[in-house]
Write a protein that binds this ligand. Structure first.
Ligand code: NAD
Length: 285
């Protein structure tokens, strides 16, 4: 595996899985965070191809435009509406949910937005810790809080929150303390929603190993410097070293898991985690 093999692949109609589900209809809205790039963009396109109205949110306005353009190119069955907002700002979070509610019945929430910072605990800047915590844990909690009343108002009173966790919500690598703590917390949020949702408001998390996205390609150099190894060694030894499947996932592979979780196929998935890590965390040697 070399750097060429982590290039970010485009989402195509052929790679999107669709589920025949009565709730996958244009009157129902799915909020997707991080929708300007990588996994969030793939979730937005996949939810829209499944017939939903997607409120695609991110603070990267140009990236959101790309997502909308891509939806038009694919000719998705539903639609994608861009909602620009910064997840570190409470007023933006409130406006995102309000704008989504103006599009239809808010029924699904995909918390996908995220970022990374690489530093040892002793050197870890607390402002970077706070920012990661705000985007990757506090915002999902606040969005959930604001979405639940909308879920209860839908035709069948049901809704679902899908949270993008990671293998880093199961075990950890060094120098990513804020990321690790956020992902463990996100699994706690997932289970808390299930505990209070009475089976009508469901929740699930998705935990993957490395996925071909800009978040991964952008951390190759930092990780190489931190560990004193080459970028190719970061890919083959650090990222895929413990995985039995020697290939990174495509963003759409992850997006399809959100579709399963949101759909009737996920009816009994409540508080659980979809661990799709190529055997990374459950095997060794
Ligand atoms: P990405 O960098 O491609 O996308 C992240 C998106 O989040 C970007 O569009 C960015 O603009 C947005 N974002 C960041 N800060 C924001 C803010 N303050 N307000 C609004 N939007 C903001 O990364 P990705 O790999 O697609 O990651 C998406 C999620 O998947 C993250 O939660 C990440 O932790 C998780 N994840 C990624 C991998 C992987 O290998 N790529 C593996 C497991 C989990």
């Amino acid at each position: 595996m070399t750097q060429d093999q982590v290039a970010v692949p485009a989402v195509t109609r052929e790679t999107i899985h669709t589920v025949d589900d009565d709730s996958f209809a244009e009157e129902n809205v799915c909020i997707v965070t991080g929708a300007a790039s990588g996994i969030g963009q793939a979730v937005a396109l996949t939810a829209a191809e499944n017939g939903l109205t997607v409120a695609a949110t991110d603070y990267d306005e140009a990236g959101l435009e790309e997502t909308v353009d891509r939806a038009d190119e694919i000719g998705v069955a539903g639609s994608v509406a861009p909602v620009v907002g910064d997840l570190t700002v409470d007023e933006d979070i409130e406006r995102i949910v309000q704008e989504a509610a103006n599009l239809g019945s808010v029924k699904y929430l995909a918390n996908v937005a995220g970022m990374q910072h690489i530093d040892a605990i002793e050197e870890f800047p607390m402002d970077a810790y706070d920012r990661i915590h705000q985007i990757m844990l506090r915002a999902p909690i606040y969005l959930t809080k604001l979405c639940i009343p909308h879920f209860r108002e839908t035709a069948d009173g049901r809704g679902c929150v899908g949270n993008m966790a990671s293998v880093h919500g199961h075990y950890v690598t060094s120098d990513k303390v804020a990321y690790n703590v956020s992902k463990f917390g996100l699994r706690g949020l997932t289970q808390s929603i299930a505990a209070e949702g009475e089976g009508d408001v469901r929740s699930f998390s998705v935990s993957t190993g490395y996925v071909k996205t800009p978040l991964v390609t952008n951390q190759l150099q930092d990780t190489a410097e931190q560990r004193g190894i080459s970028v190719d060694e970061v890919i083959s030894d650090v990222m895929l070293g413990q995985s039995r499947v020697k290939e990174m996932m495509d963003p759409v592979d992850v997006a399809n898991l959100f579709v399963v979780g949101f759909s009737k196929l996920g009816r009994h998935l409540d508080g659980g985690d979809l661990l799709f890590d190529g055997g990374m965390t459950l095997t060794y040697e």
